[in-house]
Ligand binder design. Sequence first.
Ligand SMILES: [Cu+2]
Length: 348
Amino acid sequence: MDGVPNLTQAPVKPNGEFLYDFVAPDSGTYWYHSHDRSLEQVARGLYGALIVEEKNPPKVDHDIIVFIDDWRLNAQGKQEGDFDNLHDQVHSGRMGNFAKALFRGNNAPIKQNQRIRLRLINVATDRIFPIALTGISGKIVAYDGMPLSTTEPLKKLIISPAQRVDIIADVSSNKEISVLYSEENNIKIGSLAIEGKAKKSKLPIPILEPNKMISPNISQATNLDMVMEGGAMSGKISMQDVNNGKAWMFNGVAGIHKKPFHQFKKNQTAVIDLINDTRFPHAIHLHGHHFQILNKQGELSPWRDTTLVESGESQKIACVFNNPGKWLFHCHMLGHQASGMKTWVKVV
Ligand SMILES: [Cu+2]
C-alpha cells in the first residue's frame, strides 16, 4: 500500500481507482502525494495531509496544518509547464517564483494566549524552506511525525521537501502569527490573524505520547555506504546521461533496477553512510521506516524519515528494517528523483 508505481503497484489509470487499505500504527503528521510523475503531479497539487491522532491528543485550542509550497508562475499567474526542465534537474531542482504557507484548521478565530498546534509540511517539489515563526511562544514537539522525547526550543527551522515539524505554542501576539521565509530578508509567506484575547494557560507545553519504535543496536548493525553522485559540475555525467534521466546516481547507479540497493532480513539493523559527493544538497527519504542520525559521538538524533545532506557532507543513519516489503529510498527533491536519484530496499 505504498503507492510507488512499478514497484508496489501499477499507476492508477485516468478514471481508474485503487483502494488503499492499511493500518496506521504511528500517530503524527504525515502526508500523501502522487508518486507517478510526481515532479508534475505534486507541483500541480496532488497531495494532502494524513494526520494520525494520538490516543490522548494534547489539549490545544487550534490544530492547524501548514502546507508550505512554491509554484513557478507566469505573468498571468498560471503554472509554467516546464516540469521536465533538465537544467533544473541537474541543479537544485525546479524552484518556484512564488511561495506561500497554506493553512487548514477549523477556521474559528484565534485569540491571544490560546494554545495552538501547528503541523508544518514542506510539500514543495524541490525547495528547502528556512522558516521562522513570529507571534507565538512554544516548542517543537515532533519531526516527521515522530514525537520528540524532550521538546526543542522554537528556533529558525530548515525544512527540506517532505519534512514535517510539529509545534505546540501559545499565541503571544495580539495581531498575527506570521510564517517567514527566513533568508537574508524575512519574507512573509503566510499569516493567521488574531482576534480577541483568552486567558493564559499555566500548563507547560506537553510532550506527545511516544510511538512504539525499536531503537537500533549500533554494535550489531550492518554498515553500508550510499554515495550520491552526479548533477551539474560533478564531471560524472554526460549530456546523454541527462537526456536519458540519469543525471544522479546512488553508488554509480541511476534509477530503479531489478536488484535493490540492499535486501534486509526483518528486524535487521543497518547504519547507512549517506555521502553527498555532489555540488547540491539532497533530502534523502526512506519509505516505510524512520531512522536516526548517528553522530561522531555515537549519539542518535530524533527519529526522521527524511534528512537533508549538504554538499560534501556525510551523515550516518541508523535504521531497524522491521517493515517487510519493497521500499523506495530516494531524494525527495522530485526533479532529482525523476532524473535518477532513487533506489529501493527490500525487507523480507
Ligand atoms: Cu537531491
